[in-house]
Ligand binder design. Structure first.
Ligand SMILES: [Zn+2]
Ligand SMILES: [Zn+2]
Length: 247
């Protein structure tokens, strides 16, 4: 499995690309406001993307959706050209969000909105359900501790029960995150946006206290969703835009 980090920034942001990543070159996780810029910086073409995941409806995760979908629509010659079926997985309420966001971004009657509904299988995420992406990739989701409703992402290879990759999404620390760590993924990408324990996002100290001791020897821990420059220390490494992980 290949994970490519496109950006690491969160809402509080020093100008870094916002947090998002690709799984196996065709699944895009998150559509932040600068999604077109971070895709281009990592040389990913819009045609490469066949699945989009949005973990929750905060602006740093979904405000780029109109720009992404409009440009996919344009690339299809206004919707007249056939292309393969697309998928969008997001929390319940995604259809209403699409109409609101895309309508606000241009106008409620712009044809890219209907094009989106025609060309995407729009799926409301259910916790614990396994979504077969391709024969060699499945996705699963688990609630994070964050408001609005937010899902962590688990990804595994076809025919294998254990996930290879887990991304916690935005979350504070709690037992569900502990359970995720114990699923033993080879690569764990975790929220590190907090500055002290108990905040909306996990802090580096909480990660060191709660996650590092439970991490399997063969697992790698990568932190994302942070502002400013962070220095990797021990098993806690910080992601950078453009990083590529093969697991
Ligand atoms: Zn966020
Ligand atoms: Zn958030």
């Amino acid at each position: 499995m290949e994970i490519r980090i496109l950006g690491t920034g969160g809402f509080s942001n020093d100008g870094s690309f916002y947090n998002c990543f690709m799984i196996d070159k065709h699944v895009l996780a998150e559509t932040p406001p600068d999604i077109l810029q971070s895709l281009k910086a990592s040389s990913i073409r819009l045609d490469d993307i066949d699945t989009i995941i949005i973990t929750h409806f905060h602006g740093d995760h979904c405000f780029g959706l109109p720009f992404l979908l409009f440009n996919m629509y344009i690339r299809q010659n206004g919707g007249r050209q056939d292309r393969r079926r697309l998928r969008l997985l997001a929390p319940p309420g995604i259809r209403e969000r699409i109409r609101t966001l895309l309508g606000l971004a241009i106008s409620p009657d712009h044809p890219y909105i209907e094009w989106t509904f025609l060309n995407f299988d729009i799926i409301e995420i259910e916790e614990g359900r396994r979504y077969e992406e391709r024969p060699d990739l499945w996705l699963e989701f688990c609630h994070s501790y964050h408001s609005p409703e937010t899902f962590s992402i688990l990804a595994g290879e076809g025919g294998k029960e254990s996930p290879i990759f887990i991304a916690t999404s935005d979350t504070r620390w709690g037992p569900a995150i502990d359970s995720l760590v114990h699923r033993g993924a080879k690569l764990l990408l975790c929220d590190s946006g907090g500055s002290k324990p108990g905040e909306v996002h996990m802090s580096p100290d909480e990660i060191r206290e709660h996650i590092v001791p439970s991490l399997a020897d063969t697992s790698r821990l990568i932190a994302t969703h942070f502002a400013g420059r962070r220095v990797s220390e021990g098993r806690l490494e910080y992601a950078q835009a453009g990083d590529l992980f093969l697991v």
